[in-house]
Design a protein around this ligand. Structure first.
Ligand code: NDP
Length: 319
């Protein structure tokens, strides 16, 4: 409905009758376009940033009154949150090849979040076998893949998540060596010290705020921090203070932010590698599917209170 500077609410979004999509073709019906029936929509934290008209962002804001955009499938690409979308730049659609893998997985495991985990871990973290890896928001779309890639690489991996159910998932389903519920830890630095008595080599940062501050105190010399996202900071006009940045100097830490779309040349390699791991049973995947286009706003808003267990998708239609 309009730009916001606070946590998103369901009533920030509305359902409208979009009329005949064919009429939206530039130059009228018959122009170059592909009509896509949307089956699954992806809910991603970065979309919250597109609800602000913020100049410093890496992606343009949504237009109030227009359909929310997000990725979707048999082809995958940016479509609208609507039943049908008209795509006037068909070259931006990616054809899905792996018919044995559930369609919705192409929005997570084999889509943008999985790719984020892949480039973030291999390109930014410079991982070595035997290193100590910590992942926050670890049961989410990106975190669950990062943790499993780190295990496949021979690292020791600990994850944090916001419920005991998610902690169980990390240990039982995704094979993390250990995990903890950060909401039940009064002292995050002490919790990390308990899990990493020798310190952390690699921190895969998804949340920011007090967790980052606690991690800085627990990093090892020459550690790496891959700054993937800071979901706790998205809507804040005055981001939470970080007090321990001097650790970057004293411990010679490399802290680097990245955006997955800068690495798209690696996408085919990513799809090959992850498809192989998945088919061989070496990678598990959990998604949280809400049913019906009408469930989209609640599913999206739920990302910011941790309601989702695994990758949040919205099923618009199964056929
Ligand atoms: P998730 O599936 O992990 O969903 C978000 C999760 O974040 C929630 O389930 C919740 O888990 C946690 N969370 C929400 N609010 C807070 C908070 N205030 N403090 C701590 N944790 C919170 O999302 P994704 O895996 O899709 O995204 C993870 C991160 O990666 C995000 O920061 C996102 O912006 C970033 N990202 C970056 C990309 C890039 O190119 N750099 C691309 C894609 C994603 P819990 O219950 O555990 O708290």
């Amino acid at each position: 409905r309009g730009y916001i500077d606070r946590a998103p609410r369901e009533d920030d979004m509305e359902f409208v009758d979009g009329g005949d999509v064919a009429l939206r073709v530039p130059g009228g019906a018959g122009g170059p376009a592909v009509l896509v029936k949307n089956l699954y929509l992806s809910c991603d934290p970065y979309m919250r940033g597109r609800m602000r008209d913020f100049q410093g962002s890496y992606i343009p804001p949504f237009k109030p009154g227009s359909p929310i955009e997000g990725a979707g499938d048999f082809v995958s690409g940016m479509t609208g949150w609507e039943d049908y979308s008209l795509i006037t730049k068909p070259e931006q659609l990616r054809k899905i090849q792996q018919s044995d893998i559930p369609l919705s997985y192409h929005l997570g495991l084999l889509g943008m979040p999985g790719f984020t985990a892949y480039v973030g871990f291999y390109e930014i973290c410079s991982p070595k076998k035997g290193e100590f890896v910590f992942v926050s928001a670890a049961s989410g779309a990106v975190g669950q893949i990062v943790g499993q890639l780190a295990k496949l690489h021979g690292c020791y991996v600990v994850g944090s998540a916001g419920t005991d159910q998610k902690v169980e998932l990390l240990k039982e389903k995704f094979g993390f060596d250990a995990a903890f519920n950060y909401k039940e830890e009064p002292d995050l630095a002490a919790a990390l010290k308990r899990h990493f008595p020798e310190g952390i080599d690699i921190y895969f940062e998804n949340v920011g705020g007090p967790m980052l501050d606690a991690v800085l105190l627990n990093m090892r010399i020459h550690g790496r921090i891959a700054v993937c996202g800071m979901v706790s900071q998205h809507g804040l006009t005055a981001p939470a203070g970080i007090h321990n940045l001097f650790s970057l100097v004293s411990k010679r830490i490399e802290m680097k932010g990245f955006i997955q779309s800068d690495y798209l040349h690696l996408f085919p390699q990513f799809v090959d590698d992850i498809t192989k791991h998945y088919r061989e049973g070496k990678i598990a995947y959990v998604e949280d599917m809400s049913i019906g286009l009408e469930s989209g706003p609640a599913a999206f808003v739920g990302l910011f209170s941790g309601k989702n267990v695994g990758k949040q998708v919205v099923c618009v239609s199964q056929d």
